[in-house]
Design a binder for this molecule. Structure first.
Ligand code: F6R
Length: 244
């Protein structure tokens, strides 16, 4: 694992965007695995800026997102579809037909998960997967569990997640109860993985996930077993990493 230490959130965003940009320049038809959440927003802003000034070309890039709420229409501003269009897709020259997310409006979970997993394989797999890190070590919607979930699946959101997310909805009743997510196995198949983390509130989980034991109770800890992982984190997020 490579650790790239950034000074702060802005620096982390620029460094992460540089790595994504290098991937697209070296392989213009890359399949990018993308994430939502607050952490990647700064990196997406940089990519937008570089695309606008002509330094970056997304015209042959394909993308697959990690996850999506089940039951939310694309027009809902809390859907990950909406987030990706708002923060990246509508602002760069990517072909919308080449952008993919799980379809939250498909009620048949088995059907949708099988479709999404087959789609990723049909694209030849993910070249570079971008990941954020949850406070409990989750990646995608893969929460702490007794075993690692392998492929794309439907998860029941934990009460704590519903509680945490209710501020974005009119009421707790409006928060989706389920989500579709790539599995740990799907994520581990990516050729390269780029994890972005910022802030002191993530320092404990960074130390646990990347320097503790590999266990499904800390889903991100499996990344220690991947052959090409880069962690770009700011000084605050790295503040509890054991010193050599
Ligand atoms: C987003 C995702 C989540 C987030 C994680 C961190 O698609 O799958 O696992 O990456 O919850 O979120 P932030 O970046 O908001 O701290």
């Amino acid at each position: 694992m490579r650790i790239i230490k950034a000074a702060d959130y802005q620096d982390m965003s620029r460094k992460a965007a540089n790595l994504i940009s290098a991937q697209v320049i070296m392989k213009p038809d890359s399949v990018l695995g993308l994430a939502t959440g607050s952490t990647p927003i700064g990196a997406y802003q940089k990519l937008v800026e570089w695309c606008k000034n002509g330094d970056l070309d997304f015209s042959t890039v394909k993308s697959v997102n990690l996850d999506e709420y089940k039951g939310l229409p694309r027009t809902n501003d809390q859907s990950y579809y909406y987030f990706m269009h708002e923060n990246l897709f509508d602002k760069v020259n990517i072909n919308p037909a080449n952008t993919h997310l799980p379809d939250g409006t498909e009620p048949d979970s088995d059907k949708e998960c099988a479709r999404y997993e087959a789609l990723i394989q049909s694209l030849g797999g993910v070249d570079l997967q971008l990941l954020g890190l949850g406070h409990n070590g989750h990646i995608g919607f893969n929460e702490p569990a007794d075993e690692f979930d392998k492929v794309t699946h439907c998860v029941d959101l934990q009460e704590s997640t519903i509680e945490a997310n209710k501020r974005f909805f009119a009421s707790a009743d409006d928060v989706p109860r389920q989500a579709y997510t790539m599995g740990i196995g799907t994520i581990m198949q990516a050729k390269k993985i780029l994890v972005v983390v910022s802030g002191e509130d993530k320092a404990d989980i960074v130390a646990k996930a990347f320097f503790g034991s590999v266990t499904p109770q800390v889903p991100a800890s499996i990344l220690q077993m991947h052959q090409d992982v880069t962690l770009v984190a700011d000084a605050a997020a790295l503040s509890k990493v054991p010193q050599k």
